[in-house]
Design a protein around this ligand. Structure first.
Ligand SMILES: C[S@@+](CC[C@H](N)C(=O)[O-])C[C@H]1O[C@@H](n2cnc3c(N)ncnc32)[C@H](O)[C@@H]1O
Length: 484
């Protein structure tokens, strides 16, 4: 094969710019003297985005390429266009360097070194200066709240333990403290939300305010199980079925009474409560659609439900436990990109099915919605599902992409069938703790914005937008007309 043949098989790893470099590096890419946003970098090339499409680019075209970080040049040379990938908003152009290479570890080291210099050179004062005073005041109130109650609850926990308190006694203490503290805590959240809305008006201030909150408060929360999981995001953003389990279980978790109380306050937040009420809302819709299918197709029918981003699928196990038996068979297809989430959902649903010998079948698909959009759902024919739903995923997907996914989901819906898609209601009254404390960014949508998600569906699709009973999530419900 020779050395050239081997070289062709080696493709250096590409790294997303936002993962490789700090926010402060301000990467600047100049192609033939004009600036373009960089997408990713590898040792021997990079790709960038062109908002005006692929028009002026052709494969093999030679270009002059200059890359600057922290306003200092780190590469200057020629490159050729190696890939052109048109996308919904412009194109991504991949180029191969014709001279030299990008030493990524060295680039990262230089970035870190610059960061250190900036931090040592008045970094703390500079950070403060970027954060509005009213916002800092709210952070300081939260800080006081945390430290005051940590000190108080720790003191009484030690006292009760010394007096021989049982686990049950300590749980009662936690319950009492929870009842006393949740009101003031949510009030603080509402006030901080109002302040953030008023003063955080541009991206730079938002970033500074988030960094400031993380610096001051985040390290104090890491012993609170919910806050730890939400903030560190071991499974990525919408990835966390464990967070959903915390919400559904509503228990006191944590090593100290303080941690238990703050955990419980976090999982009873209005958005978290909404997760529980939307689960009940969906469970009822499963029942209604099941009745519809039974009345339309008779007792021997199959009732088919597909769930995207199923997480623990608590509504399914509860539905089985509640209804127990029915004529025909119910087939639930659980789809999630996280294998662990599917395992949790499978065990919980299987337990209930086994307990009542319910005529239900579970199909599990370890799949990302990105694959669904491009390839459909394996083993499932178009128009094969009586009910398709998705909760906890659209809050992370931008509108264009969401519309593509919604069309793919609608293809699965059988004539006469229903599709329900949940999205957090915007603007929320309590947003501060999620956005700033938990660094948990979601797309909260107004009724109109949720309606817009269905804009690319066929005209014949019958839509409505309804709020679930907790009033934290909207649902876009879409009915596919019956055939003929
Ligand atoms: C916020 S949880 C919601 C879970 C469940 N629907 C509920 O409401 O309890 C989001 C779920 O979507 C899954 N998920 C995240 N990104 C996904 C993707 N790209 N494709 C499929 N599932 C995804 C996660 O693994 C997680 O289980």
């Amino acid at each position: 094969m020779g050395s050239l043949g081997r070289a062709m098989f080696y493709r250096p790893e590409r790294q997303r710019v936002r993962e490789l470099l700090s926010r402060d590096s301000r990467p600047k890419l100049l192609i033939n003297g004009s600036e373009f946003p960089i997408f990713d970098l590898s040792m021997n090339g990079l790709s960038f985005l062109t908002p005006n499409g692929a028009g002026e680019w052709s494969l093999g075209k030679t270009i002059d390429l200059e890359l600057l970080l922290h306003n200092e040049p780190i590469y200057h040379g020629t490159a050729h266009v190696a890939r052109i990938e048109p996308g919904p908003r412009g194109a991504r152009i991949g180029v191969g360097l014709m001279t030299g290479f990008l030493d990524l570890p060295e680039i990262r080291r230089r970035d870190d070194q610059k960061l250190l210099e900036e931090q040592l050179d008045n970094g703390a004062t500079d950070q403060l200066a970027k954060v509005p005073a009213a916002f800092r005041e709210k952070v300081s109130e939260f800080l006081h709240f945390y430290q005051y109650y940590r000190r108080a609850l720790d003191f009484h926990e030690r006292r009760f333990r010394a007096e021989g308190a049982t686990d049950q006694d300590l749980l009662e203490f936690a319950q009492r403290a929870f009842e006393a503290l949740c009101g003031p805590y949510y009030q603080l959240d509402r006030e901080a939300t109002a302040v953030a809305r008023k003063y955080i008006t541009d991206r730079e201030t938002l970033v500074a305010a988030k960094e400031y909150t993380e610096t001051v408060l985040a390290p104090l929360m890491l012993d609170i199980p919910f806050a730890n999981r939400a903030y560190l995001k071991p499974l990525g953003y919408p990835g966390d079925y464990q967070v959903m389990r915390y919400y559904y279980n509503k228990s006191f978790e944590g090593d100290s009474v303080f941690a238990k109380v703050l955990h419980r306050i976090g999982i009873e937040h209005p958005l978290a409560n909404g997760v529980c009420t939307r689960k009940d809302f969906i469970r009822e819709l499963i029942g209604r659609e099941h009745d519809r299918v039974l009345s339309e197709r008779g007792d021997a029918c199959e009732f088919r439900v597909a769930i995207l981003g199923c997480g623990p699928a608590r509504e399914v196990s509860e539905y089985v436990a509640e209804r127990r038996n029915w004529p025909g068979t119910a087939i639930f297809t659980l789809i999630d990109q996280e294998e662990e989430a599917l395992g949790v959902a499978f065990r919980a649903c299987k337990r209930e099915i086994g307990r009542f010998d319910s005529p239900a079948q579970l199909d599990l698909l370890n799949l990302s919605f990105v694959q669904m959009i491009s390839e459909g759902v394996p083993l499932h024919d178009p128009e094969s599902q009586d009910y398709v739903y998705c909760t906890g995923l659209f809050d992370y997907i931008k509108t264009r992409r969401a519309q593509g996914l919604i069309c793919a989901l609608y293809d699965l819906v059988a004539p006469g069938g229903l599709m329900s898609l949940g999205n957090a209601i915007g603007p929320p009254e309590c947003w501060w703790t999620a956005e700033f404390l938990g660094d948990w960014t979601m797309i909260y949508r107004t009724r109109k914005e949720v309606e817009e998600l269905g804009a690319t569906l066929p005209d014949t699709a019958v839509r409505e937008v309804v709020a679930e009973p907790g009033n934290a999530y909207f649902f876009l419900n879409v009915r596919k007309p019956k055939a003929g």
